[in-house]
Every structure is written in structure tokens, then in C-alpha cells.
Design a protein around this ligand. Structure first.
Ligand SMILES: NC(=O)c1ccc[n+]([C@@H]2O[C@H](COP(=O)([O-])OP(=O)(O)OC[C@H]3O[C@@H](n4cnc5c(N)ncnc54)[C@H](OP(=O)(O)O)[C@@H]3O)[C@@H](O)[C@H]2O)c1
Length: 304
């Protein structure tokens, strides 16, 4: 298959593009910033330069592909406009051509606090402010499914591995401040997934005949944020010390994003296991913390 991935230099997009290339698919990766395309070439992904602001610059490349994957994100005031615009361009590239599939990256934060009982894709949504526009975007993507055009929304948990994404701040604060910093009291749980397991799910989904579905992507680990942060702290030489920042204080300095870090979530991914035979191979953050710390250190200066 020919595959087009937006955000191919990003944390998730780079893993996804590399996984498609590794699986033998002819893969094209959209990159924005000059000079960031080398890792794409190393991963045997064909770099295509362009931006979400100007989809006309990459529309032709996308039109030549049967698998369209959206992983780009810009964290700015225009974040959701760009998100909608890029997805609309991918829809236009694929919709009138039968046998195409669009995979859109969402996230489990849209479920809000789930508490202890596991929820699946049928659960009602309760997104915190930071991701409030996301459910409408996901619904639009699902509404495009049909007429030979398949659309899928993938909801990853907090993704770990390599440069760490959200988990990087545990290592960084432990190294710099002598304690891994968490938002809230840390008794909450994050739904999590390793980036390579997540990338495998994208490939399986594209290769399947699935359409019009939401798929959660989480592993089965159930450690608290305190347990994860303590493991990160130990790995980084801070003897397991954890510093807890009250949510209100974190919101004052980080904005509404901070409330997402305090969510308590237990999200089930049985649907992907059942429908696609997807089995996350990484057991969770805590046991792998020493290797994850080493990977985080080694990937310094790299976006992925
Ligand atoms: N990371 C997680 O734990 C996690 C969990 C659940 C869901 N998600 C969702 O997954 C998606 C990807 O997240 P991520 O962590 O991979 O993000 P990321 O590492 O920040 O990657 C973002 C990518 O988008 C590109 N990009 C940014 N602005 C662009 C623009 N205007 N035009 C074209 N490309 C642009 C970046 O290119 P440059 O390199 O040039 O900046 C980069 O390749 C997001 O929607 C995020 O909310 C992430």
C-alpha cells in the first residue's frame, strides 16, 4: 500500500511512519521544519515538505496514497483550525476513491475521569477544556465513513518510550530538581501505551477492512502516577522522590493542559485486541523505567 502520514517527524507520527515502512508499505511522511527530514530517510520514509496551513502543497502526494494517517498537531491558538483543515484535506484526497482509509489520531483524555471501572469506546465523553473541541472533530471523521472510504479514530493513552513525550517531564524534573514532579496527589492512574505498540495498531488497522470505528489504544498496566513517577525518579538517580504540585497551582503556570495530567483513567482496548489481534508487547512504564530513562537521555536533542 502507499501510505501518507502527517506529523511524520513528531513523537507518534515518526513511529507510525517507520512502522508502515518496516511492514513493507511505500510510505510518505509530511515534515514541516527544514532539516528535520533525515530521520525519515533513515527509516525509509519518503519526506514530503509542507504544512497544515497549506494543504495544497501536499494534496497531490496524499491523493496518490490509499492510506492517509493524521498525526500532526500544532499546540497554538489555531491548533483546532489546523487539525480540522488537515483532516478535511485528507478526506478530499481519499473520499472519492474507493478502497482508501483515513486514520485520525485522537486521545483518551476525551473520556475525562473514568475512575476505577474500565471504560470502552462506547463510554460517554467528558472532555476537559484543553481537548473540548476533539469529540466534534472525531464525530466528523466518523461521519465520512462510507462508499468505500473507511475512516477510523484512534484514541491513544499517554504514549511513552524513546524521547518520552509526557513522561519525559518525570525524568527531567528528577534530574534537575531531585524529584519527579506530578500534578495532583499522584493517586490517579494514566491510561498508557508504548509508542511502538501504538504504531503497530495503526498498521494493523490500515491493513484490516475496519471502518467507521473508534479504537482505544492502551496497555494493561494499572500503576498510579505516583508509582510511575517514583520509578522514573529512581531510574534518574533521585531515589524515588516525587514532588506533588496542587492542580490549581499547575493550572496557573501551565494552563488548562494541567487538568489533563490529573485525570484518573482506566481505559480498555479489548476492541482492538478482539478485532485486530493487537497485543501490546510492552507491559507498562514502571518495570521498564531504567531502559526508558536511558532512551530518554540518549534521544536528547531529538524530537522523537
Ligand atoms: N504524545 C502523547 O502522549 C499523545 C497521547 C494521546 C494523543 N496524542 C495526540 O497525538 C497527536 C500527535 O501527538 P505527538 O505527541 O506525536 O505530537 P508532536 O510530537 O508534537 O508532533 C507534532 C508533529 O506535527 C508537526 N506539525 C506541527 N505543526 C505543524 C503544521 N502547522 N504543519 C505541519 N506539521 C506540523 C510537527 O512538525 P515539526 O517537527 O516541524 O514541529 C510534528 O511532526 C496529537 O493530536 C496529540 O494530541 C498524543
Amino acid at each position: 500500500m502507499k501510505v501518507f502520514v502527517t506529523g511524520a517527524t513528531g513523537f507518534i507520527g515518526s513511529a507510525v511512519a517507520a512502522a508502515f515502512a518496516r511492514a513493507g508499505h511505500e510510505t510518505y511522511g509530511l515534515f514541516r521544519t527544514p532539516g528535520t527530514d533525515r530521520p525519515l530517510e533513515i527509516a525509509e520514509v519518503v519526506p514530503v515538505q509542507g504544512t497544515m496551513e497549506e494543504p495544497d502543497g501536499w494534496r497531490l502526494a496524499a491523493e496518490r496514497c490509499s492510506v492517509l494517517v493524521h498525526c500532526a498537531v500544532e499546540y497554538s491558538d489555531r491548533s483546532w483550525d489546523l487539525h480540522r483543515g488537515a483532516l478535511g484535506a485528507l478526506r478530499d484526497a481519499g473520499r472519492d476513491r474507493s478502497g482508501r482509509v483515513l486514520l485520525s489520531t485522537s486521545g483518551v483524555w476525551v473520556y475525562g475521569d473514568t475512575g476505577d471501572g474500565a471504560i470502552d469506546e462506547s463510554a460517554p465523553l467528558d472532555p476537559p477544556t484543553f481537548v473540548a473541541p476533539r469529540p466534534a472533530v472525531d464525530a466528523a471523521v466518523l461521519s465520512w465513513n462510507g462508499g468505500g472510504f473507511r475512516t477510523i479514530v484512534i484514541r491513544p493513552g499517554c504514549v511513552y518510550g524513546r524521547s518520552g513525550s509526557l513522561t519525559a517531564s518525570w525524568f527531567e524534573s528528577a534530574e534537575k530538581g531531585g524529584a519527579a514532579r506530578v500534578v495532583g496527589d499522584g493517586t490517579n492512574r494514566w491510561a498508557m501505551v508504548h509508542r511502538d505498540d501504538l504504531a503497530d495498531l495503526y498498521v494493523r488497522t490500515a491493513e484490516s477492512g475496519l471502518g467507521g470505528e473508534v479504537l482505544n489504544a492502551t496497555d494493561r498496566s494499572r500503576a498510579t502516577v505516583n508509582e510511575c513517577a517514583a520509578a522514573a525518579s529512581s531510574a534518574a538517580g533521585a531515589e524515588g522522590r516525587v514532588e506533588r504540585i496542587p492542580v490549581e497551582q499547575a493550572v496557573a503556570s501551565m494552563g488548562p493542559f494541567a487538568t489533563c495530567l490529573a485525570l484518573d483513567q482506566h481505559v480498555d482496548s479489548w476492541k482492538a485486541v478482539r478485532r485486530l489481534g493487537w497485543t501490546p508487547r510492552h507491559a507498562g512504564f514502571v518495570d521498564a523505567a531504567p531502559q526508558l530513562y536511558a532512551a530518554w537521555k540518549a534521544s536528547r536533542g531529538s524530537a522523537v
